[in-house]
Design a protein around this ligand. Structure first.
Ligand code: 5GP
Ligand code: MN
Length: 349
């Protein structure tokens, strides 16, 4: 039995917001991942099936590695189609905000959305949503993914009969990728009941699994090999690992967005390592990605040191400055969190 975790009042409010809107826009965070794309595209598809003019507007492009998700080609990408994005958002009678907790996460797309009067509905599973930014909030940090929440919203609205192969494929990709292939954040048995319900829609599950979890370009595989072989630093006494990749190193392997998506998880395979940090030098900032196991919260670290956040075991943020300076912050974190441990003696490459 899949329980109704969203309260009845919220569902009725949502039903009336949807009933009162014909043109509906849906957005997600910048650098969209499988969960952001899967949840927005599934919701868009279901809304179209009930006769709405629904569109997905993303702050920037989907990575090449996720172009297989059904509907990705129809996205209105702000950095590519600014005028069209402006038009549909200005025209929208309802706006869904999926898979992010603060308007900071949609980057410059917020310049269009901020002044709009349109009602905003949040569906998200990140900690500490910014309450003032949304008119209706469906925020469940205990959920595996926003895709799980979109399933629950569709179910509680009584629209599951419209869940076809396409919507199910999208939700499957998000639930799969946000849990690292059903590995973490999926302890609730209901998670698997939802997967069962989705899988009944008879999409090509193995093909999607392979594309989502096990498809990399040769360059990407080589870059990951290089990063692990030559760039992974272990701080065994602190249970920590650090990988950094400079712009130059990324260029050497013809880096495309998405190529390093799961790299930060790799050091956690080592038994003593329970938190891992990856720093990637982008054009204008250092992108930080953190993962952990158990009750060591990387979202606290990202909030405190990297102007970011996320989930307890998977979080991220930005650092404005050089890669070396960002590494300096990492060492400061080690000092702050483990004041009694001597870094230089016990760290190892
Ligand atoms: P990733 O490491 O895959 O980029 O992100 C891991 C998690 O941290 C995701 O849930 C993502 O939403 C969150 N996250 C990543 N980057 C940022 C950021 O810059 N700010 C905030 N608040 N969260 C982030
Ligand atoms: Mn997510």
């Amino acid at each position: 039995m899949i329980s109704q975790i969203i309260d009845e009042y919220t569902i009725e409010k949502l039903r009336s917001l949807i009933n009162g809107a014909q043109r509906i826009a849906i957005t997600c965070h910048k650098s969209p991942d499988g969960d952001a794309l899967g949840s927005t595209l599934a919701l868009c598809h279901i809304l179209r099936r009930i006769g709405k003019e629904a569109v997905v507007v993303t702050p920037d492009m989907a990575p090449k590695s996720l172009e297989f998700i059904p509907g990705v080609r129809d996205l209105i990408v702000y950095t590519k189609h600014e005028a069209r994005a402006r038009l549909v958002l200005n025209d929208a009678q309802l706006l869904f905000c999926l898979d992010f907790n603060s308007m900071k996460r949609i980057d410059r797309l917020n310049e269009i959305i901020e002044p709009l009067k349109v009602k905003r509905v949040l569906i998200d599973h990140h900690l500490d949503p910014d309450k003032d930014s949304f008119n209706l909030m469906i925020s469940h940090p205990e959920a595996s993914s926003t895709c799980e929440l979109v399933f629950r919203v569709i179910m509680q609205l009584g629209l599951l009969r419209l869940m076809d192969r396409m919507a199910a494929s999208c939700l499957y990709v998000g639930m799969l990728t946000d849990t690292g292939g059903f590995a973490y954040s999926c302890d609730n048995p209901e998670f698997y009941e939802i997967v069962a319900s989705i899988v009944r829609r008879r999409f090509d599950r193995i093909m999607l699994y392979n594309k989502a979890m096990n498809t990399f370009s040769a360059d990407s595989l080589r870059l990951q090999g290089y990063a692990i072989n030559e760039k992974m630093q272990l701080f065994r006494e602190h249970g920590a690992a650090l990988i950094t990749l400079s712009k130059q190193e990324l260029e050497r392997y013809n880096y495309n967005r998405g190529d390093t998506e799961t790299l930060v998880n790799k050091p956690l395979a080592i038994p003593e390592i329970y938190w891992s940090v990856f720093m990637r030098e982008d054009a204008d900032k250092i992108k930080i990605s953190c993962r952990s196991q158990g009750d060591f919260s990387v979202s606290d670290i990202c909030a405190r040191y990297f102007n970011g956040g996320g989930h307890e075991n998977a979080a991220g943020g930005d650092f404005i400055g050089s890669l070396d300076e960002a590494v300096g912050v990492f060492h400061q974190i080690l000092k702050d969190l483990f004041p009694d441990k001597e870094q230089s003696e016990q760290s190892e490459q």
